[in-house]
Design a protein around this ligand. Sequence first.
Ligand SMILES: [Zn+2]
Length: 336
Amino acid sequence: MTENQVIAETEKKQKPLMNQFLQVVNNHELSHSYLFNGEEGVGKLSLALFITMRMFCKNVSDDSMPCGHCDECRRIAEQQHPDVVIIKPEGLSIKVDQIRYLKSEFSKSGLEGNQKFFIVCDAEKMTTGAANSLLKFIEEPVANIVSFLLTTNKNLILPTIISRTQVVDLNPLNTKMFNEELTNLGVIPSQFKIIKRLTNQMSTVQEWQEDEWLTKVISAISQWFSMLVQRDNTSFVLVQSNIMPLVSDNSKRQVIIDMLLSIFEDVLDAKYTGSKDYNFPKQAQNIEQLSQSINEAKLIQIMEVILNCNNQMAVNVSFQNILEATTLKIMKILNS
Ligand SMILES: [Zn+2]
């Protein structure tokens, strides 16, 4: 990020917290350790970098903002500042050696009296060893050292660490900003609703955008559904030919199940609320057609059949078998 992006993003996503922290800094009340808890994409790192810039900036403006163009601001935003260490997972976890490195760096300069900040991204990914090592570090706060731990799930952080930090919960993005982020990732508006139904993690959405996976899977499930609505047995064949090639790992299986469920939620919505805000807007005609030709008991039965896929996945039945059996069961209910 550039220094101006840090400031702009913080202002846009977390303005109330930004102002609160400016006040804290002006009152010289900044704590030694904070835990920023909030969903991905809400601006945790930006906020931490912003506060750090404010503390290091040589040119703070009259309204107490970091200037955003001095050397200090620039190096912090570029994550190149020698007194600002940013720790991120190496592979799947943050390892004890990374925390040891941090401690050795900081004990050196602590002696020189330099102000030092560190930021631990994805703090929930610390190994137990790393967490315990960090704990010893933040247990004995040193005057010039400030830490920000960032997490998407504070429930995964050791309680002993939580008790030594100030926990700050960051609000999720409002719908408008969430949609903006989706647009930035190249998602088309007709997919906004289904994405929100499935995840709030921007990194997951980004993954789904690769090779247009999401668009392909929406299209495969739409086709499967429209065959079902027409009571056409082709829907069974589509499992192997269209859906299975898109299922590469376990997490994708869960998404497929959730999508099957969400298209029948659309039918339920059409039947009872008359809302036309569908997960699968392009299937509106089929959704409404089915909603008129099916009673509530059958619809609930179908949703139970789909939910039951989760139990079968837990006992390792092959995913193709699960989907094919599910398709047959739905067909049977529709034809009964
Ligand atoms: Zn500055």
